[in-house]
Design a protein around this ligand. Structure first.
Ligand SMILES: NC(=O)c1ccc[n+]([C@@H]2O[C@H](COP(=O)([O-])OP(=O)(O)OC[C@H]3O[C@@H](n4cnc5c(N)ncnc54)[C@H](OP(=O)(O)O)[C@@H]3O)[C@@H](O)[C@H]2O)c1
Length: 279
């Protein structure tokens, strides 16, 4: 029988944490399938990584579409590949009250952050078990608390954390490692996408995406259930143990309100600018 080659599938590899995860996995000799919507970014990353090993494959795809996991599965079959690692990293958040933010955009966030992540986590159990592989699901410290001011985002990350921890337990007997990565603040495109601008977070509280990726890789290999990179992040994951839930919700809500106040008003865009007078 024709032996299939193995691959690490990394979603959201065109920027931020996902791009760094791709670099770490490539450094450790994995063949990669890089997925996101911005094809040029993925191709540029594949160009960068190719000299160190097999050229990463690139699949431009909107992962919020309901058939995203099926399309990845079809692509892998056509390329005679099967995953030994799934990295569900693609995701975004939105700053603002859930009742005032665009509803469709929030539902798409659930499709991406939760639905496709779940589908991809469950689609390849057999090859993952055969290769004693792993699933790295990117949650967040946000998964440990309710988050007024980013309610849907925090809820999606609570889902990812809960689901991944349970899956860690369920799949251990089959030799599949499952790790929930829970970063705190990481300077990436995430903040701008969420509508968070001009925010000053002390450098001591942020962790660089390259370090997040390195700790995540090591944690996955070590079979850790949860990885929270950085001291501050570890502290935040413990706060719910000693702070009353009501106070915690109020504190998170106050932080998101402060973020909203720091947002400078967007410049006015005129749909049909009046033509310049001829000089
Ligand atoms: N940065 C933080 O402070 C932080 C903290 C905790 C957790 N996280 C989590 O870390 C993960 C990565 O975030 P990041 O900080 O690296 O953000 P980022 O720089 O904005 O990167 C997000 C990645 O997700 C991809 N993506 C977004 N929507 C997509 C879609 N519909 N289909 C396919 N790909 C999509 C983007 O690619 P395209 O736009 O090219 O599609 C990009 O590659 C997310 O799950 C986020 O929730 C981030």
């Amino acid at each position: 029988m024709n032996q299939k080659r193995t691959v690490a599938v990394i979603t959201g590899a065109s920027a931020g944490i996902g791009e760094e995860l791709a670099r770490v996995f490539a450094r450790h000799g994995h063949r990669l399938l890089l997925i996101a919507r911005r094809q040029q970014r993925l191709v540029a990353l594949a160009d960068e990584l190719e000299p160190g090993g097999p050229r990463p494959l690139v699949l431009p795809l909107d992962l919020s579409e309901p058939d995203a996991a099926a399309r990845i599965s079809d692509y892998l079959a056509a390329e005679n590949l099967e995953p030994d690692t799934i990295v569900n990293n693609a995701g975004y958040g939105l700053l603002g009250h859930a009742s005032t933010l665009d509803r469709a955009e929030q539902l798409r966030m659930i499709d991406l952050n939760c639905r496709t992540l779940t589908d991809l986590s469950l689609s390849f159990i057999e090859p993952l078990a055969r290769h004693r592989g792993g699933i790295l699901n990117v949650a967040s410290v946000a998964g440990f608390l309710p988050g007024p001011g980013m309610a849907v985002y925090y809820a999606t990350k609570a889902f990812v954390l809960s689901f991944s921890e349970a899956l860690h337990h369920e799949l251990a007997p089959q030799g599949i490692r499952v790790t929930a990565l829970c970063p705190g603040p990481v300077p990436t495109e995430f903040q701008a996408r969420a509508g968070i601008h001009d925010e000053h977070i002390p450098r001591a509280l942020t962790v660089a995406p390259a370090r997040v990726a390195e700790e995540a890789y090591r944690g996955l290999l070590a079979g850790r259930r949860v990885v929270a990179p950085g001291l501050f992040t570890k502290f935040v994951t413990q706060v719910p143990r000693f702070m009353p839930r009501g106070a915690l919700i109020a504190a998170t809500g106050a932080r998101q309100s402060a973020r909203r106040r720091s947002v400078s008003p967007a410049p006015k865009v005129t749909a049909n600018p009046s033509p310049k007078p001829n000089s």
